[in-house]
Design a protein. Structure first.
Length: 269
């Protein structure tokens, strides 16, 4: 009948739009995507109570990576909601879901909301001066990717800022448990500004291309009452405290507009 893809924003249960809430309340099934992002401190039971619905189902990594078949089947003849922290179409995972629904001739309605992609403007940097967004993953034994460094360098050389999305690990399995087929999951992990900058500085030592020079911003819990924004050189920022998840990072262009400079002073360490 229809698949609703609804953005929840970044703050709390109150950030859903009036249109989005109406769609939730008229739907037969409601799924909360809990793989690419989270609303810290809010679970599906809290959201269900706030939205006046009986149940919200968790769309975890297993459901999302298996193609959301259950959700799409239900959406053929019923109204189904897919709730996403931030905006529904900021992750390729969700654009893929949109495409698969349309291939099955299931109507899709998208209700947008704030995401880190536009809320990053809170630090005073001008959105049109951002280049390609990068994701910084946790390093593991034998796996230390650094292609994100080259993308930041490319942006810097073009006079552009870089928004860095920091890794989250939710409902992950160890290699041993995965191989043995055991449904045992590791505790959630959320990359901090400090961890991201430590990796950045380690790559900088090897490549020495100047990515870690100049101003950077650390951001935590954007859109919430307790959001934290701090600016400073990478070495100083790595020592700053940002509190709980979610964190993100901005590596600035070498030359800031005078308005950006003025804004940055309010967050300077």
């Amino acid at each position: 009948m229809v698949l609703w893809m609804i953005g929840l924003g970044l703050g709390d249960e109150g950030d859903i739009s009036v249109k989005g809430l109406k769609a939730v309340q008229q739907s037969a099934y409601i799924y909360l995507e809990a793989y690419t992002s989270i609303l810290p401190g809010l679970d599906k039971e809290t959201l269900a109570a706030a939205y006046g619905v009986q149940e919200i189902l968790e769309a975890d990594r297993e459901l999302v990576e298996s193609g959301c078949e259950e959700m799409l089947e239900r959406a053929k003849d019923q109204e189904v909601c897919f709730l996403v922290v931030g905006d529904p179409l900021c992750a390729t995972t969700h654009t893929d879901l949109w495409l698969r629904a349309r291939q099955r001739e299931i109507p899709v309605r998208v209700i947008h909301n704030a995401s880190v992609m536009n809320a990053v403007a809170s630090c005073g940097l001008q959105l049109y001066r951002f280049g390609e967004t990068v994701s910084i993953p946790f390093w593991q034994d034998g796996w230390r990717p650094d292609s994100w460094y080259d993308k930041i360098l490319k942006n810097k050389r073009a006079g552009l800022h870089t928004l860095c999305l920091l890794d989250i690990k939710v409902k992950e399995q160890s290699v041993e448990n995965l191989m043995r087929g055991r449904k045992i999951y590791e505790p959630p992990r959320f990359m901090t500004v400090r961890q991201a900058l430590d990796q950045l500085m380690e790559v900088e030592k090897a490549k020495e291309m100047g990515v870690s020079t100049g101003l950077a911003f650390g951001l935590a819990r954007l859109g919430r009452e307790d959001q934290v924004i701090r600016a400073g050189p990478v070495e100083q920022l790595a020592e700053a405290e940002f509190g709980g998840p979610l964190h993100s990072l901005v590596i600035c262009a070498d030359d800031l507009h005078e308005l950006e400079q003025e804004f940055a002073k309010h967050y300077q360490l």
